[in-house]
Write a protein that binds this ligand. Structure first.
Ligand code: MN
Length: 424
């Protein structure tokens, strides 16, 4: 399915007056509206290839309809999102769920839709049909060299797929760990993992980055071999300048201060990328911003402040990716909400009066520090997002237009009701 430009124009014409009224109001309130709009236009969020279908839990999966059955259809779905919001111009591929069989035509399709290839993801947390050795007891940390070697080769293969598509980063997330005390020698597990990472790192193209994602628990419940940002940073530091830590919001213990983690990783030049989602209890993979939008704003404030401190480009110097599972919502509607929530938090962070905050911190004026942050958080930045979309020829209200055009009905008509997408 393809959304023609005139449908977007018709939609925008109807909503234009109301938008202009709101934009005028907020632009009068804040100092740097034009600057924020320009930054918002640059900012793109990568959509994961595994999140375009309905996700499941350990207990069941209630598939949606009209789901994409091939990588081409997944790219087409992201093309729909990108046509609606002009902020989803990237895809993060998961191998082997989405092996690009015909690289040239896939590249051409993505280019035609304005989509580039963000980090590629390896998968050694599941056994594949024809593999020789099982990952039941881990992959890169495994006690048996044969298993480690198989996992290393898989990661090298993923890099090759990424190279062919024009990607320039690999994200490695390991489920390696232990579920019972005594199961592992922690030191040995770390050293095996480091050696395996070194093999992969050695073969990383010179202009690539390697993102090491950590997770506190699950599927292993006693220890994880890359369990927190300290362990990830240790690996990344030992590996070298192309290795970075990747922060997935859901991969922390409850109440962890993620904004502080982000700040310190940026300070060390070791923050590589981000996986956005939200959670109430654990790795719930809910829509980013749906549970705790204030935390998302605080994280973005540290991102903006830390990136500015290092003269980094907000749009291009970190990997911005969504990593969520849509179990009860339409995945495409959920992704539209996700991108919107990320950009709202980003715009709020850009609003913070840094000089005033700095002065409050210097004076130990705790009350004023809170006022400065919350003034930004309580400003409605949505008209700025809308204006950025309008200028990029996207829809004033992407979700509304998605429903008005009956996109899902059309996808069901084209693809049928029973197809199940590969992924979570
Ligand atoms: Mn993740």
């Amino acid at each position: 399915m393809f959304i023609p430009g005139f449908k977007i124009d018709d939609h925008n014409d109807k909503l234009l007056k109301a938008h202009q009224r709101k934009l005028k109001m907020v632009s009068e309130e804040i100092r740097n509206a034009e600057n924020i709009i320009e930054k918002l236009m640059q900012f793109q969020v990568a959509i994961p290839s595994w999140a375009l279908g309905t996700g499941g839990t350990r207990f069941g999966r209630f598939s949606g309809k009209g789901e994409p059955g091939t990588l081409e259809e997944k790219i087409e779905d992201i093309g729909l999102l990108h046509a609606l919001n002009r902020s989803s111009g990237a895809i993060s591929l998961h191998i082997p769920w989405d092996i690009p069989r015909n690289t040239q035509s896939i590249k051409a399709l993505a280019a035609q839709l304005g989509i580039r290839f963000d980090a590629v993801n390896s998968n050694t947390f599941q056994d594949q049909k024809d593999q020789s050795w099982s990952y039941k007891f881990g992959s890169l940390h495994h006690v048996d060299k044969k298993v480690r070697q198989q996992a290393i080769e898989h990661n090298l293969e993923v890099i090759e797929y990424g190279k062919a598509l024009g990607s320039n980063a690999i994200t490695v997330w390991l489920s390696d760990g232990s579920s019972f005390p005594g199961q592992l020698n922690f030191r040995k597990a770390f050293q095996n993992t480091l050696e395996s990472f070194e093999e992969i790192y050695r073969r990383l193209p010179s202009d690539w980055k390697m993102f090491i994602e950590y997770k506190a628990f699950e599927p292993n419940f006693y220890s994880m071999t890359v369990g927190d940002w300290g362990q990830s940073l240790l690996y990344a530091s030992k590996l070298g300048e192309k290795a970075y830590t990747l922060v997935d919001l859901g991969h922390h213990l409850p109440n962890a201060n993620i904004e502080q983690i982000v700040s310190l990783l940026l300070m060390e030049g070791k923050l590589g990328g981000f996986h956005f989602n939200d959670s109430k209890y654990g790795d719930d993979d809910l829509t980013v911003g749906s549970i705790n939008p204030y935390q998302l704003f605080l994280i973005f404030y540290e991102l903006v402040e830390g990136m500015d401190e290092r003269n980094m480009n907000h749009a291009t110097d970190l990997g911005w990716m969504i990593d969520a599972s849509h179990n009860v919502k339409d995945p495409l509607e959920d992704l539209l909400q996700s991108v919107e929530a990320i950009k709202i938090a980003y715009a709020q962070a850009l609003l913070v009066d840094k000089e005033k905050l700095k002065a409050a911190q210097q004076e130990n004026d705790v009350v004023m520090a809170q006022e400065v942050l919350q003034n930004a958080f309580r400003t409605d930045t949505r008209p700025l997002l809308t204006e950025a979309r309008l200028r990029a020829h996207a829809a004033i209200d992407p979700l509304l237009l998605f429903r008005e055009l009956k996109v899902r009905d059309e996808l069901i008509r084209q693809r049928g009701s029973v197809k199940i997408a590969t992924g979570l």
